[in-house]
Design a protein around this ligand. Structure first.
Ligand code: TXA
Ligand code: MG
Length: 311
């Protein structure tokens, strides 16, 4: 059920969880220092307890309180990209309860770029917030998605449609800067600020997974997702098409054409996944993202779509 920011503050201070908007996707907020509240957020989502949470902050004093041995690179990136869709993995201070990090010695932190989120966190203090979907479902990018996942039993703040639509970039700064999850802030944008090279998630070797979340199924609609090979002359109404090239296709209820607007495609991708399920489509076909595309959304889109395909 819908609540105001002020009601959400009271609920969170009382140890409850509340979904709130960020620029990427909606998060399920709990007081980071309240172990029972954080536990509630794992239970409500149905999330495995070894998959750590991102802590959302509204100022840099909170960052200093939650971490130890803060590298200069973290402050540089914070200055450049925060508030914004970049999460930094840093060495945690003893203030951060183990349940938040799934027992890891590191903590993931970001400052979201959304007025209501910042307003909320200013009054509650730092909040843990996994994406507010039920575990395994696509992340919610609109209030309707939350209502549908929890039959309207979960309190949420209505911040409209999430602007970015895909989850933040997760960057590990505890060693050589390494991207654990691509997002709209790219390796190149980070390397330009740090003036050093950034490793991409693809180059992680077979050692222990640095981002435990990556081993779980994510972003999956009920319909099977495929890369589109060729557009059939008469598409079936059981099939859902997401196209991105500038070629002309006549749009229809199940055919969505982005004509090179990858930013808008990123914003709408999860809504399409849910819409296809709602319409009872069996398959979703997505036109492939050109390999040499230099658009900032390219690698995050390919990553989420590949996960939805199950590749
Ligand atoms: O955009 C986002 O990041 C959204 C909004 C709500 O801020 N949040 C989000 O949270 O996507 P979640 O829980 O769905 O994904 C967090 C990811 C997971 O893959 C998790 O494994 C990883 O961040 N993560 C969290 N803490 C980590 C840590 N200490 N080390 C490595 N990876 C970590
Ligand atoms: Mg998630």
């Amino acid at each position: 059920m819908k609540v105001t920011v002020q009601e959400a503050v009271d609920l969170i201070i009382d140890g409850n969880v509340v979904a709130f908007p960020t620029e990427t996707v909606y998060g399920l907020g709990a007081d980071v220092f309240n172990v029972n509240a954080v536990k509630k957020s794992f239970d409500i989502k149905g999330r495995p307890s070894d998959n750590p949470l991102i802590v959302h902050i509204s100022n840099l004093d909170q960052l200093k309180n939650l971490t130890v041995h803060l590298p200069k690179s973290a402050l540089k990136l914070a200055e450049h990209f925060w508030p914004g869709p970049l999460t930094l993995v840093l060495n945690k201070s003893k203030e951060v309860p183990d349940i938040v990090t799934g027992g890891l010695s590191t903590v993931a932190i970001r400052m979201p770029n959304h007025k209501m989120a910042l307003d909320l966190i200013n009054q509650t203090g730092p909040l843990t917030a996994p994406s507010a979907n039920r575990s395994g479902k696509p992340s919610p990018t609109r209030p309707d998605h939350i209502i549908s996942d929890y039959a309207d039993t979960l309190p949420y703040i209505d911040g409209g449609v999430s602007k970015v639509g895909l989850e933040s970039t997760v960057l590990d700064l505890t060693g050589k800067p390494t991207i654990l999850r691509p997002g709209l802030i790219t390796d190149k944008m980070i390397a330009d600020v740090l003036r050093e090279s950034v490793r991409s998630h693809k180059h992680q070797n077979n050692g222990p997974l640095k981002s435990p979340g990556t081993k779980y199924t994510h972003y999956k609609p009920l319909a099977s997702v495929h890369w589109l090979e060729t557009m059939p002359p008469s598409p079936s109404t059981k099939h859902y098409y997401i196209l991105n090239s500038k070629r002309k296709f006549s749009p229809a209820e199940n055919i969505h054409s982005y004509k090179g607007d990858f930013k808008l495609l990123a914003r709408n991708l999860y809504d399409h996944f849910r819409d296809a399920d709602f319409k009872g489509c069996t398959d979703i076909f997505i036109e492939s993202i050109p390999k040499n595309l230099s658009h900032p959304a390219a690698s995050a889109l390919a990553n989420r779509i590949n996960k939805a395909i199950g590749a």
